[in-house]
Design a protein around this ligand. Structure first.
Ligand SMILES: NC(=O)c1ccc[n+]([C@@H]2O[C@H](COP(=O)([O-])OP(=O)(O)OC[C@H]3O[C@@H](n4cnc5c(N)ncnc54)[C@H](OP(=O)(O)O)[C@@H]3O)[C@@H](O)[C@H]2O)c1
Length: 334
């Protein structure tokens, strides 16, 4: 089968023929039809990820059909359309993952391949209203967005929510999910064109601003009619200070990434005087995954796919994601 593998950091990913895996006991073999990229794949290639073990087939997100059942698998039939939970070994606590938790696709073989094997309890029926590419766009980004917004920050209908960096795969899904649940959603982006495109999508977003504009925080709170009850962020870094300013009293700030690095200074008085809660969130449990899929099915939500590449051109897809021009997910057809 064809697979997109990374042999060493700072090397191009290579599409090559490798043996097709066979499902072990309690596993299913999935014939992948689509897989989606995440920024994690770029971090691994750049050598900026903890515990890198290579060579490996990358990829956490995949959709496809069941091609074979391992011994002991019940409840699934060959040909069933599925998508795959993008984590491994979350554990039994909804509160946080266990020590063995890892993301699919390094060190375990990932989804940038024609076939993969996973434990049967990690596959779910593909939402019937989604194409293979749309379904593949959902798992890691949707799971991360869902847990951050609802599992951690407990976004409620009617609350004013700010999602930063809406060009990102997770951010756009967080904005879409919060709007579907009846929140009043505002966004930022570093790119005017992406911002315009996001606001032009039928997602129900209220408005937004470029985070590179001077005093964007003051302007956006004026436009929104007040501070934000919830802020969903993945940049952290020096930009975090403005987020404390634009949070409403009693606001919750949840962050799931640190694209800009650590927050250099945390003005403690602002946090306690405004009664703010600062929350961290990472990926999500199988329960979060099921809850996210229920939301997607209930509201017939369709994740935004920016661009599709063939698996053989996976290296070009990684470079495209790294360049950061996308709005939504970058997908491979397998
Ligand atoms: N903890 C977890 O489980 C988890 C899961 C998924 C992702 N992450 C992390 O979250 C981050 C985003 O991941 P992704 O896969 O969604 O990435 P992506 O699709 O490549 O998007 C990159 C994101 O960074 C944003 N960004 C860059 N500079 C920014 C700034 N100064 N202020 C605000 N936003 C800024 C971009 O916004 P614009 O393009 O709109 O400017 C865009 O949202 C990465 O750091 C990733 O490692 C963590």
């Amino acid at each position: 089968m064809l697979a997109l593998q990374l042999d060493a950091p700072h090397q191009p990913a290579v599409a090559r023929e490798i043996p097709t895996p066979q499902p072990a006991t309690n596993e299913v073999l999935v014939r992948l039809h689509a897989a989606a990229l995440n920024h994690r794949d770029v971090w691994i290639q750049q050598g900026q990820y903890a515990g890198i073990k290579l060579p490996c087939t990358l990829g956490a997100d995949g959709s496809g059909e069941i091609a074979a059942l391992g011994a002991g698998v019940t409840g699934w039939a060959v040909g069933a359309p599925v998508l795959i939970y993008p984590g491994v070994a979350w554990g039994n606590e909804q509160r946080a993952q266990g020590r063995d938790f890892r993301v699919l696709g390094m060190p375990d073989p990932g989804t940038f391949a024609e076939y993969t094997t996973v434990p049967a309890h990690y596959v779910r029926p593909r939402p019937a209203h989604l194409s293979w590419e749309q379904a593949a766009a959902l798992p890691l980004a949707g799971l991360t967005a869902y847990r951050a917004a609802f599992g951690r920050a407990r976004v409620q209908a009617g609350e004013r929510v700010l999602v930063t960096g809406v060009g990102g795969g997770v951010a756009l899904q967080a904005a879409q999910f919060c709007a579907a649940r009846g929140a009043e959603v505002w966004v930022t982006s570093g790119d005017d064109d992406k911002l315009a495109r996001a606001l032009g999508l039928p997602l129900g977003l209220r408005g937004g601003l470029n985070y590179k504009a001077e005093n964007w925080g003051r302007t956006l709170t004026q436009q929104a009619g007040g501070g934000f009850d919830v802020i969903v962020d993945s940049a952290a870094g020096a930009a975090f200070g403005t987020l404390l300013d634009v949070a409403a009293p009693g606001g919750r700030l949840v962050f799931y990434g640190a694209t800009l690095g650590n927050v250099p200074q945390l003005p403690a008085a602002k946090v306690f005087w405004k009664q703010l809660s600062i929350l961290g969130s990472s990926m999500g449990s199988e329960q979060d995954f099921d809850d996210m899929l229920a939301l997607v099915n209930e509201h017939q939500l369709v994740p935004v796919v920016d661009k599709v590449f063939p698996l053989a051109e996976g290296e070009a897809a990684l470079r495209y994601l790294e360049a950061g021009r996308q709005l939504g997910k970058v997908v491979l057809t397998c």
